[in-house]
Design a protein around this ligand. Structure first.
Ligand code: UT7
Length: 330
């Protein structure tokens, strides 16, 4: 039966490392607070005018090279980001132009931290149906240019990092494939994690007063988001495993979204997975939202943590609220 498999992965991180101590020079925070509450020790922040697509290009090229494909082999580009280079058109169009493949389908995915999980599922559907053969799925973010790096924004600013990850999905008839995905959203509480302005629902969309109030920066009710995450992640993991006749014991490696090390440790305890089978790299990169899973998955593969035949589980949670999981037979 036709399905899709990950034929190549790539990732790219800006060189500029920003430590917790450096942030403590900009705002009232400390290495101790950030490490204890989140696990984050450092993150990468771009320098100068660099957009999500600038980070996506090398990640995409690496994924194509790993897959042994050219950009001209692609049928579609899916670009998951909450930090598009410009308001419109979408970053998938910018990336398509940079890869030099005019004419192929492009789509931006606005599902925040769950964007890459949605992207793999969308790509899989197009490939499974026979409509397409090769689809590039990218998650890329530049957060640093949009954070409030004063004490007012410290609860959010210390969490986020810049980066990009990419996967090339290709058609297969073999056993190595994306087995299943579970996708969810609940917009009821969208305001607990959002970036409001510039906003089409406001006239004008952005004013100097709104900027003084910080309404052009992300706002988060951290504890509420945390509670949703530790409820929804175990739920969706159980959903995707049980409907495929699998249990946590069958999972060789889980790659969760990297929002907070404490969330991932709590989820691991709840579902009863050995922490050695959970891949975390938030310590080095912070939360790169849509990019976090492809970056972590690629690092795990490069470190030899995944071998052919393994069952790999990806799970994400984020603004929207959105959450989801992919189950992969490697
Ligand atoms: O990927 C998107 C999804 N996002 C998430 O999953 C984030 C989920 N939430 C979290 O990870 C956590 O809620 C945070 C890491 C954001 C915050 O941790 P917390 O343990 O929930 O802290 P808190 O919000 O309850 O704040 C505790 C204290 C407060 O001070 P008071 O009121 O106790 O005096 C905050 O003002 O910590 C203070 N605080 C800080 N202190 C030093 C908040 N941010 C900072 C900071 N440095 N950066």
């Amino acid at each position: 039966m036709r399905g899709s498999k990950i034929a190549g992965l790539g990732h790219y991180l800006p060189e500029n490392i920003v430590s917790n101590d450096q942030l403590a020079q900009l705002m009232d925070t400390s290495d101790e607070w950030i490490t204890k509450r989140t696990g984050i020790r450092e993150r990468r922040w771009v320098v100068g005018d660099v957009g999500a697509t600038d980070l996506a290009v090398p990640a995409a090229q690496q994924a194509l090279a790993e897959a042994g494909l050219q950009a001209s082999d692609l049928d579609m580009i899916l670009f998951a980001t909450l930090s598009p280079d410009i308001n419109f058109p979408g970053s998938s169009c910018l990336l398509q132009a940079r890869l030099g493949v005019p004419g192929i389908a492009t789509l931006d995915i606005r599902n925040q931290c769950t964007g890459f999980v949605y992207g793999l599922s969308i790509a899989d559907q197009f490939i499974r149906s026979g409509a397409m053969k090769n689809v590039l799925v990218v998650g890329a973010e530049v957060h640093s240019s949009g954070l409030d790096i004063s004490t007012r924004g410290r609860d959010v600013a210390v969490l986020f990092g810049d980066g990009a990850g990419a996967a090339v999905l290709t058609a297969t008839e073999g056993d190595s494939r994306l087995l299943d995905s579970a996708l969810h959203a609940d917009g009821t509480d969208y305001e607990i994690l959002m970036l409001e302005a510039p906003a089409s629902r406001l006239q004008p969309r952005l004013t100097a007063e709104m900027m003084e109030q910080g309404r052009h920066f992300p706002q988060m009710v951290g504890q509420a988001v945390f509670k949703h995450a530790v409820k929804r992640l175990p739920e969706v993991i159980d959903e995707v495993l049980s409907r495929n006749g699998l249990s946590v014991a069958d999972v060789a490696l889980m790659v969760p979204h990297q929002a907070n090390l404490r969330i991932n440790e709590m989820v691991a305890r709840q579902i009863g997975i050995d922490p050695a089978r959970v891949y975390n790299n938030i310590q080095r990169y912070g939360n790169t939202t849509a990019a976090s899973i492809p970056i972590a998955l690629h690092e795990a593969v490069l470190e030899g943590r995944v071998k052919q035949g393994d069952t790999v589980l990806l799970a994400a949670f984020g603004a929207g609220l959105t959450w989801g999981a992919n189950l992969i037979r490697w």
